[in-house]
Design a protein around this ligand. Structure first.
Ligand code: CAA
Length: 385
């Protein structure tokens, strides 16, 4: 495995870093404080080509590989996890899924609009009573005589759900078939039965748009299914293979930002007539951040290399997602510790890093689900049945 970035990857890192420092960083704190989903910033991210990074150019994407995509997620995630979440949902959960499962017509219709940011998309898998047990969908889809479908149910914790013009909606067509009855529909949200509502009171990720969605006789066109009836669960899992990777990459950014802020503060801040960076217990925290940041980044690159080789990467993706998200929570928490009281108020961004990191061990599969996937691969035994 080659650990050196190519010239192109180095250039993309530099460009993404400059863009993130210039445009994302300065807005991140205020957008968070104001609970503001910054659509103007989303448009700028789209203009950079970051919403369709891994989509081939023929569909309006940037045609980049997965490792380069990780670099972009890291650099945006370094300043703002809410904006990195936009990239993850739009690029991984929505675009890569249409790319993998869509017909040529579906790709032509949706991918250019999504890659350009003209439309946002969302991923409607989770429900009020269906989280980790994703196969157990309560939302129902019934076929009508004309071949179209009527969908009824509810979705929960849906990032971009209030702004999305396209929703991937997972629904059960025949409950007796369990996960083999699931289907995924491309639903255009501009219809009265699609009713999103903002979720308030979140612990963090305040600048992200998060919705619960009521689906009341929502109509999906006859040609709107991704794959076939029965493919829905696999569609969801393959989407999460890409989504979890991007979350992990974004968390490398949180780790790096926590480390950078901690070093800056520890060198400048004096106690007992010397910089607190000179105390061994402070260096212990910083050294541990360095190690976890490095390890997370390498695990992400390994998963990316496997994806770029076109090989199955579910286990390696879960390892990267599990490790990087837990590392991000840990690094952000320790960054607050290094800052002391200064880290507990908005004068420094580390409190926001922590609030925004916290969801990453929950969404797109909890740490416990990642461990079950990893444990199953190691033992050959499914702990879920
Ligand atoms: N790709 C393609 N197919 C896959 C797959 C993958 N990565 N993983 C599993 N499958 C297939 C299997 O081959 C199997 O196929 P067959 O029926 O033909 O044999 C089928 O799917 C069932 O697979 P499993 O036996 O592995 O299913 P399971 O029930 O044992 O375990 C699970 C599934 C791992 C627990 C899964 O339900 C899971 O990941 N749960 C967590 C759900 C989750 O991550 N939700 C997050 C929602 S997204 C989000 O957070 C919203 C947002 O806006 C950010």
């Amino acid at each position: 495995m080659d650990f050196e970035l190519t010239d192109e990857q180095q250039l993309i890192r530099q460009t993404a870093r400059e863009f993130s420092d210039r445009e994302v960083g300065p807005r991140a704190g205020e957008n968070s404080t104001n609970h503001h989903f910054d659509v103007d910033l989303v448009a700028m991210i789209a203009d950079q080509g970051y919403l369709g990074a891994i989509v081939p150019t023929q569909y309006g994407g940037a045609g980049l590989d997965y490792q380069t995509y990780a670099i972009i997620c890291e650099e945006i995630g370094r300043h703002c996890s809410a904006m990195r979440t936009v990239i993850s949902v739009q690029t991984s959960l929505v675009c890569s899924t249409i790319l993998r499962w869509g017909t040529e017509e579906q790709k032509q219709r949706y991918l250019p609009r999504l890659c350009s940011g003209e439309w946002l998309g969302c991923f409607g898998l989770t429900e009020p009573d269906t989280g980790s047990d994703a196969a157990n969908q309560r939302t129902r889809a019934a076929r009508r005589d004309d071949g179209s479908w009527v969908i009824n149910g509810a979705k929960m914790w849906i990032s971009l759900g209030n702004h999305a013009k396209l929703a991937l909606v997972f629904a059960q067509t025949e409950p007796a078939l369990k996960h083999k009855g699931l289907a995924c529909f491309l639903v255009e949200t501009d219809q009265p039965g699609f009713q999103p509502q903002e979720i308030r009171g979140k612990f963090g990720l305040w600048a992200s748009d998060t919705a619960e969605i009521a689906l009341d006789d929502v109509v999906a066109a006859p040609d709107s299914m991704l794959g076939q009836v029965g493919d829905g669960f696999k569609v969801a899992m393959s989407a999460l293979d890409s989504g979890r990777y991007s979350v992990a990459a974004g968390c490398v950014g949180i780790c790096q930002a926590s480390l950078d802020e901690s070093v800056k503060y520890a060198v400048a801040r004096k106690q007992f007539d010397r910089p607190i960076a000179s105390f061994q217990l402070v260096q212990d925290m910083i050294a541990e951040m360095v190690v976890r940041t490095d390890a997370a980044r390498l695990l992400v690159f390994r998963a990316g290399a496997i994806k770029d080789a076109g090989k199955p990467s579910t286990t390696e993706t879960s390892i990267a997602k599990y490790y990087a998200t837990e590392a991000a929570v840990w690094c952000a928490d320790r960054a607050i510790q290094v800052h002391g009281g200064a880290g507990y108020v908005d004068d420094h961004p580390v409190g926001r890093y922590y609030r925004d990191a916290r969801v990453t061990t929950l969404y797109e599969g909890t740490s416990q689900i990642q461990k079950l996937i990893i444990g199953r691969a190691a033992t050959g035994i499914n702990a879920l049945v």
